[in-house]
Ligand binder design. Structure first.
Ligand SMILES: *Cc1c(COP(=O)(O)O)cnc(C)c1O
Length: 401
């Protein structure tokens, strides 16, 4: 029995995002628990052999095995899909499992994919190393150049793949324009929305077909678990994604799903406050270093486009100092902000992309993405921004800035 379920679309359709983040997808067990139950089970028992057969044939609704379904994971899938405004969603073990599944479930040898050049390092490994090994052609374009997407389309183009804002240069893809080009050519768009989340940006409302996530970042939001998600139409999820993930097994653990469910309850609060804090920190840094890239600042080259798509600038920025020595010196002088390559955490974290997250790429690729030796990426957390500014002020001073 499910009491006052958050899964009835006739009810949830009326709910606003903050309500969906707390209650969307909730399915209560016979015990009527208020907090979502954690079903740590790999299998399910049947009342009789006939029920088992009916479950496997699809004649009977229900769970069969946790690689395929799990009640806790299903609650998270429904909540994320509701927040995204998607018909359906599927969770994965990590963001990279989500990206890999979203691409491989729909691409075959002979197909062509166009991807934005500025992306998370492992996403570029998918486009540059993995897909070509299976005969999938890839063209890399400047994602912020809308005309470049159109110009790269071929008769066999199947997918556009991009992040916006992109990691770590905060480059913005014009969602409405690029998705319209894709639609005109019957191409599917896959948007990685990790930097914004549905709290700041809903790519589907601009025409994106698939939204893929690292839920490790802002959705968990407290640096605890790895998770990923892919949202799309019911047809995409049921016909393409499900057969791929059920048989290859990039399944999310119920425990991690439960942690992310708890994280989503405070998504809106955290993202709004962290964006406010980031804005204060970005304004301080702008007066101190040669260059700051933050979508919320007027100085961001695509500031107007960013704010047309996002309700705030987000939690992440990049700043530029002279070189690697100065960047490492600044990191080593920090007392409050941690040296860490994670993002989306409620703690402020800073990393040097060229020697960490993007070190696997060649120097030429890094340069084409705008990742210099003096670039640092900062994730702004929930600490008091005045303490963050004090820490940065002291650390910058110690390297002569
Ligand atoms: C972190 C990240 C990923 C990968 O997610 P994992 O959960 O670490 O596997 C993909 N895309 C972007 C934009 C990211 O920031």
């Amino acid at each position: 029995m499910k009491r006052r379920t958050g899964q009835d679309r006739s009810v949830t359709a009326k709910w606003r995002p903050a309500t969906l983040a707390v209650r969307g997808g909730t399915a209560r067990s016979e015990w009527g628990e208020t907090s979502e139950a954690l079903f740590l089970t790999s299998g399910y028992a049947y009342d009789c052999a006939g029920d088992a057969a009916a479950r496997f044939s699809g004649d009977q609704q229900g769970m069969t095995y946790s690689r395929l379904q799990n009640p806790t994971v299903e609650m998270l899938e429904q909540r994320i899909a509701l927040l995204e405004g998607a018909e359906a969603g599927r969770c994965m073990a990590s963001g990279m499992a989500a990206m890999t599944a979203a691409l491989l479930c729909q691409l075959s040898a002979g197909d062509h994919l166009i991807a934005a050049r500025t992306m998370f390092g492992s996403c570029r490994w998918l486009t540059d190393s993995l897909l070509p090994r299976f005969g999938i052609e890839v063209t890399i374009v400047d994602g912020s150049d809308t005309a470049a997407w159109e110009a790269a389309v071929r008769p066999n183009t199947k997918v556009f793949f991009f992040e916006t804002p992109a990691n770590p240069t905060l480059e913005i893809v014009d969602l409405a324009a690029v998705c319209a080009i894709a639609k005109a050519h019957h191409v599917t768009t896959v948007a990685d929305n990790a930097f914004a989340t549905s709290a700041l940006q809903r790519p589907m409302s601009f025409g994106a077909d698939i939204v893929a996530y690292s839920a490790t970042k802002l959705m968990d939001g407290q640096g605890r678990v790895l998770a990923g998600a892919v949202c799309g139409t019911s047809a995409f999820v049921n016909d393409l994604l499900l057969p791929f993930v059920r048989n290859t097994g990039p399944t999310l653990s119920p425990f991690n799903a439960w942690v992310v469910l708890k994280g989503l309850e405070t998504l809106d609060l955290r993202v709004q406050r962290q964006s406010d804090n980031a804005m204060e920190v970005a304004r301080f840094l702008e007066g101190r270093v040669s260059r700051v890239l933050y979508p919320g600042l007027n100085s961001h080259p695509q500031h107007n486009l960013a704010l047309a798509q996002m309700s705030a600038g987000g939690t992440i920025m990049s700043l530029f100092v002279a070189d690697r020595a100065q960047a490492h010196g600044l990191l080593d002088a920090l007392e409050l902000i941690d040296i860490s390559n994670n993002i989306g955490d409620s703690r402020s974290l800073m990393t040097h992309p060229s020697s960490t997250t993007h070190s696997g790429l060649s120097a030429e690729v890094r340069e084409s993405m705008g990742i210099t030796e003096g670039m640092l990426r900062l994730n702004v957390g929930l600490e008091d921004p005045a303490d963050l500014i004090d820490d940065l002020d002291r650390a910058l001073g110690s390297v002569g800035l």
